[in-house]
Design a protein around this ligand. Structure first.
Ligand SMILES: [Zn+2]
Length: 94
């Protein structure tokens, strides 16, 4: 006869993401709250931040505000291609 102990491995699940700028929250279980974007970056070896690894989350309001005010140039990604903001023909689907 074998006596068995059932071990449950601890697990973790992200249930909430908080904007690191304004504190807005997204509940990831019921998808309520604001949309939050997550960012990760590892600075290069011998760069100004020599191999520092950072991550942060931004709600959509903060992300849009930063993009609008910073002058960061970005592209939309859709179906494997990129296009620039304001390209109305592509944004409108024709
Ligand atoms: Zn925010």
């Amino acid at each position: 006869m074998r006596v068995v102990e059932i071990h449950q491995q601890p697990s973790e699940e992200v249930v909430e993401i908080v904007c690191d700028r304004c504190g807005a929250k997204e509940n990831t279980k019921d998808m309520t709250g604001t949309d939050v974007a997550s960012f990760q970056h590892t600075f290069g070896y011998l760069s100004k931040r020599d191999t520092d690894k950072i991550n942060f989350d931004l709600c959509e309001n903060c992300l849009i505000e930063i993009l609008d005010k910073s002058g960061v140039k970005y592209s939309y990604i859709e179906y494997g291609s990129c296009y620039e903001p304001g390209d109305k023909d592509i944004e409108d689907g024709g």
